[in-house]
Design a protein around this ligand. Structure first.
Ligand SMILES: [Zn+2]
Length: 118
């Protein structure tokens, strides 16, 4: 699957936990590679420690991770990812801020749509 990020095509790749050492090495369930224009998300059915989570939780988590990584891609393609860098906590690399957009983006979009301002 591909997604258009501000005019640049990114591949969305779902991998099993054991297919990509980055999941274990970085304790992550997804990442955005803005150099290769790839967004990689772990299939949560294979994520270590998630074997007993219910299916709905896994689906919700995987979608949330994908929104998070797409948000990183938007910031990268905007030229904001590196320009914001300060030691420890540049705002465009701040995980809480990215999570906030990933969690609230749908609500913001719906509010924009309801207000007919898109
Ligand atoms: Zn992140």
């Amino acid at each position: 699957m591909e997604v258009n990020i501000l005019g640049t095509q990114y591949k969305i790749i779902v991998k099993n936990y054991d297919e990509d050492e980055a999941f274990a090495r970085r304790s992550i369930d997804g990442y955005c590679d803005s150099y290769k224009k790839e967004i990689v998300v772990c299939d949560m059915n294979t994520y270590k420690g998630w074997e007993h989570e219910d299916e709905e939780t896994k689906v919700i988590c995987q979608k949330q991770t994908l929104r998070h990584e797409i948000t990183h891609a938007f910031l990268s393609e905007s030229g904001l990812a590196d320009s914001s860098a300060t030691f420890d906590c540049g705002w465009a690399k701040n995980e809480e801020m990215v999570d906030w957009i990933a969690l609230q983006g749908i609500k913001i979009y719906n509010a924009w749509r309801q207000a007919d301002c898109i």
